[in-house]
Design a protein. Structure first.
Length: 153
């Protein structure tokens, strides 16, 4: 009985973290999108990056950049679990391209150090900053985590 319970729990946890594919049907903001999987939308938060909020500088541009790369395209999500909002956390791929990394490389998101596992994102951010790409063209960009804690009027 106990072995059967353990087997069920292991199967459920591995299924929850399996990669999945679907078509992007909505771009919420620069780091969140909806993927249609088996006729049901799944909200996905791009793991390890943080894009500007919609109301902050470069928020609209980040959303547009993400949309240009993935909207109405088939993506594969490498599932990393769920966040406290119930969104799936993951690395999103289109035709082999890592979209999370592309957002950082294009200066449309920060490497989210609080949740960072892929240290290469820091190098991409530093390169984007050095070349003043995207939000790094701003002389003093405000991080999304600071903006959320201290929203401007």
């Amino acid at each position: 009985m106990r072995a059967a319970l353990v087997a069920v729990l292991l199967a459920a946890s591995s299924a929850a973290l399996a990669d999945f594919s679907g078509t992007v049907v909505r771009i919420v903001d620069g780091d969140t999108l909806d993927v249609l999987v088996q006729n049901r939308p799944v909200r996905v938060r791009l793991a390890q990056i943080d894009a500007p909020e919609r109301r902050q500088a470069y928020g609209t541009r980040a959303r547009q950049a993400l949309s240009a790369m993935v909207f109405r395209r088939v993506v594969t999500v490498s599932d990393a679990g769920a966040d406290h909002y119930g969104r799936r956390l993951g690395t999103v791929f289109v035709a082999g391209m890592n979209i999370n990394a592309a957002m950082v490389d294009r200066g449309m998101a920060w490497a989210y150090r609080q949740y960072l596992r892929d240290r290469s994102l820091i190098g991409l951010e530093q390169q984007a900053r050095a070349e003043r790409r995207g939000l790094w063209n701003d002389p003093a960009p405000v991080t999304p985590w600071f903006f959320r804690a201290h929203p401007f009027p």
